[in-house]
Design a protein around this ligand. Structure first.
Ligand code: HEC
Length: 205
């Protein structure tokens, strides 16, 4: 009995050591990550594909957190998701303006598409709610999902490198390849949003 109790005493201590070691390792790794995040231009996030202006398609951007969504109507008919890297997301959530160097915003656009199964399910529910056929047709014509990808637009904050375009580098990628765009044409359309550091999107709560 005494031996059993002693064993019981020993294990929790050993476990504590293991847990503390893991915690210390995690802290160390996270600390390094934070140090990296502090570096402007985020070399680690710049992918192999880079625009002529030196704006990269960031590696892993597809896994970044969502800032918000948007859709543009006819004749464009697209749906858009805006994603941000760690610095951008933190700035969006805190409302930090201007955005810090190293912030990257990715705007992904797809053609609006109609999905049969989605439409059928919504139609069934609309009928159950008593909508007439004309109203259902209207409901379904305004219902869409993301279809084929159009392009990915990138804004990367580097207040020194891109000083002439509000501190933002602009680039556009189609099928993973950089399009030849003129940064000032992107910038001039973003110029009305000067008071919010040239960024239109607000964080969707
Ligand atoms: C016709 C005006 C116009 C032009 C030209 C334009 N943008 Fe935008 N851009 C917008 C508007 C409006 C939004 C907000 C709605 C949306 O997300 O599409 C936006 C959003 C964005 C966003 C998400 C951050 C934000 O500001 O909301 C990025 C990134 C972006 N644009 C990059 C570009 C790039 C790169 C180019 C040039 C290739 C470009 N834009 C050209 C108007 C424009």
């Amino acid at each position: 009995m005494a031996r059993f109790e002693r064993t019981n005493m020993v294990w929790p201590r050993a476990l504590t050591v293991v847990v503390m070691t893991i915690a210390a390792a995690t802290f160390t790794l996270f600390g390094y990550r934070l140090a990296l995040l502090g570096t402007p231009a985020l070399a680690s996030e710049q992918g192999g594909v880079t625009s002529a202006d030196g704006v990269g398609l960031p590696q892993g951007y597809r896994d970044w957190p969502l800032i918000s969504v948007a859709a543009v109507g006819s004749p464009v008919n697209d749906v858009r998701a805006k994603l941000g890297n760690d610095i951008a997301i933190a700035d969006f959530r805190r409302g930090t303006i201007p955005y810090r160097d190293g912030a990257i915003i990715a705007r992904l656009a797809w053609h609006q598409s109609h999905d049969q199964q989605t439409g059928d399910a919504i139609g069934v529910q609309a009928r159950a709610l008593g909508l007439n056929e004309e109203a259902i047709a209207k409901l379904l014509s305004g219902t869409s999902v993301a279809g084929a990808p159009i392009n990915v637009q990138i804004m990367v904050k580097d207040s020194k490198k891109f000083a002439s375009t509000g501190g933002w580098g602009f680039a556009q990628f189609t099928n993973g390849k950089a399009d030849s765009i003129v940064q000032t044409s992107c910038f001039s359309c973003h110029a009305p949003a000067k008071a919010v550091d040239f960024v239109f999107t607000r964080y969707a709560q």
